[in-house]
Structures are given as C-alpha cells and as structure tokens.
Design a protein around this ligand. Structure first.
Ligand code: HPA
Length: 237
C-alpha cells in the first residue's frame, strides 16, 4: 500500500503533494492559520469534509499541516492514510489538553511520552495482552532540547486519550494518581498507527484547562502557549 492508494478516501492530495513530516491539529481552521502564519508558499492539498491540509516550507524544510478532527476514530483515519498511503514518516500533533495533575499549570506544554486510553482502537490487532503506545524517542528528545533552549515551561509524561469529553462519572481524575498528566482524545490512536506502520509520532499539548482546580486558559494564555508549542513543532519537523 502506498502511492497507488492516493488520492485516498479522505485526502484529495496527489502522493507528491504531502511532505514527509505532517503537523496535525484537531481544528482544520487552526491548520489553515498555522499554514498561513508559519509556512512559506503554503498550498492547499485537501478540503474533503473541510479537513484542510496544506504543504509549504519552514526555514527551507518542506512541511505539511493538516486537521485531524476530534477523537481517536478521526485521527485514526487521517494518520492511517498519511502513514500508509502517502508514506509520511513523522506526524507531530499539536493540541490542547486538560490537566489531571497538580503540577501542570495553564499554558504549560506537555510532551506525551506515552498514552493511556479507554478506547478499543488497538483491539483490531488482536494483541495477546495490552499494548503500551509511546512517542518516538527521537522526536521527544528533539522537542525537549528546543523547549530547554528557548526556556519554555514543559513537562514530559503520560497522557490519557479519552473516548469521551463529557466524563459524567468523573472517573478520569483517577489517572492523575498514577502520574498521568493530562487528558485529550487522540494520542493513543496516533501512536498505535505510528507503531503499526513503523513510523514516528509525537503529541505536544498545551494545558487549556486545569481540571483539578477548574481553571481555564485566558485568551492571552492560549495565544502565548500556542506560539511556544508551534515553535517546538516546527523546529523538530
Ligand atoms: N477532555 C478531553 N480533551 C480535552 C480536554 C478535556 O478536558 N481539554 C482539552 N482537550
């Protein structure tokens, strides 16, 4: 599987239109914003279902940026097609997450070293036991280096990729006791797809909600932490 499966069911691009590194984010309009603000000569390669994807250049490097929607099934589709049909080597997800531990403050960056989940996405592989999805160490190490060089606040740790946003039983707070730093809804599926295709992935999140203290990022906090996260993602791309 690769070139002959392109354009794929959900991505209208020709095989050559997509760079070997793709930065992904949930909101397709955020992908457009990133492409227009940070990339030189961005070219739109997909608008099926409004899930915009662009390819351009950052400091001479060819980079794509593409929306992935919300939740594991959605990022599962897009990352599967990118890894397996477009032969993408690296996906760096940039997103937001809710803090599950006291030591994560609004605006902090989290590099998701591993991802717990309540999703059954990995079930398709029929593992004899549970698989532990992890980030690519090279991408993680590079992200840590860039964050340190720039003095950005960050942590490295476990994330929880939930299947539900509205957690009525509030059971997700238990993960914090096991050192899991934050909750979002995609990394586990992304890391499983990377592992299954022998490719690389990393999620970088900024904390938009402190769920223990029920605090939410201000517009200015969202803006400055987004800038830090983008600098890291683009430098390691
Ligand atoms: N839950 C799930 N995903 C999220 C959250 C949350 O509280 N905040 C940002 N992404």
């Amino acid at each position: 599987m690769s070139k002959q499966d392109t354009p794929s069911a959900h991505i209208a691009a020709q095989y050559e239109d997509v760079a070997s590194t793709v930065i992904m984010c949930g909101d397709p309009l955020r992908a457009k914003f990133i492409a227009e603000k940070y990339l030189e000569n961005p070219v739109l390669y997909n608008d099926i279902r409004g899930m915009l994807g662009f390819t351009g250049y950052y400091k001479g490097k060819r980079v794509s940026v593409q929306g992935h929607g919300m939740g594991i099934p959605s990022i599962g589709i897009y990352s599967y097609e990118l890894f397996n049909f477009y032969d993408v080597e690296r996906i760096i997800r940039v997103g937001t997450a809710g803090a599950l531990s006291e030591d994560m403050k609004i605006g902090d960056m989290l590099f998701a070293q591993a991802a717990c989940t309540d999703s059954d996405y990995g079930h398709q592989y029929g593992f004899p036991a549970r698989f532990a999805p992890i980030a690519d160490f090279g991408l993680l190490e590079a992200a840590v280096r860039v964050a340190r060089e720039n003095g950005y606040p960050f942590q490295v740790g476990n994330i929880y990729s939930a299947d539900v946003f509205y957690d009525e039983s509030n059971r997700q707070m238990k993960w914090g006791k096991f050192g899991v730093k934050a909750v979002e809804m995609e990394s586990s599926g992304l890391y499983v797809n990377a592992a299954a295709s022998g490719k690389k992935a990393l999620t970088i999140c900024t904390i938009s909600d402190q769920l223990i203290h029920r605090k939410y990022a201000s517009t200015e906090e969202r803006r400055s932490s987004f800038t830090n996260m983008m600098n890291v993602a683009l430098e390691i791309a």
